[in-house]
Write a protein that binds this ligand. Structure first.
Ligand code: FES
Length: 167
């Protein structure tokens, strides 16, 4: 099937390689989406439409798979994932203030992504470490008993690590 220009050469190259890998068969949908997610960090809408066309699948089916599995994201994600617990135990110990400090320090927009693309901020409900509240988890690493001062240290550590992918 003929290629369609998406106006994004890098995306087109990644998409072509992913489709070639699965031989353009409908059964290759999940592997194609996994590769796009891995290489782009998210699944852009135009890419999903092109995947549907090339695999001869209804766009609604492709979109449905892309939104069903938590491994996929339709929005760009930061290089680091910062999860703030807003569960009851953390809430009463000041989690909302920690959330505000992180959002301010990282300059996070309404989509949860920091302005520089360094981090995505997410709110979660109970991380199972209530005694350490307020708790923040950065790329799987727990930061307990958070204070505004520790928020500054956390953000400094993230900026020092930069693109390394580990906090
Ligand atoms: S409520 Fe935050 S870890 Fe349980």
């Amino acid at each position: 099937m003929a290629r369609v220009s998406l106006g994004m050469p890098e995306l087109e190259a990644i998409l072509e390689a992913a489709l070639e890998e699965v031989g353009g068969t409908p059964g290759g949908l999940v592997p194609v989406l996994q590769r796009l997610q891995r290489e782009l960090g998210y699944l852009p809408g135009p890419a999903l439409a092109e995947v549907a066309r090339r695999l001869r699948l209804p766009p609604a089916q492709v979109f449905g798979v892309a939104t069903f599995y938590s491994q996929f994201s339709l929005k760009p994600k930061g290089k680091h994932l910062v999860r703030v617990c807003l569960g009851t135990a953390c809430h009463v110990r000041g989690a909302p203030r920690i959330w505000e400090e992180l959002a301010r320090e990282l300059e996070v927009g309404v989509d949860g992504l920091s302005r520089d693309g360094l981090a995505t901020l997410e709110a979660v409900r109970c991380l199972g470490a209530c005694a350490l509240g307020p708790v923040v988890v950065v790329d799987g690493e727990y930061w307990g008993r958070m204070t505004p001062a520790r928020v500054k240290a956390l953000v400094r550590a993230l900026r020092e690590k930069g693109d390394a992918g580990e906090a």
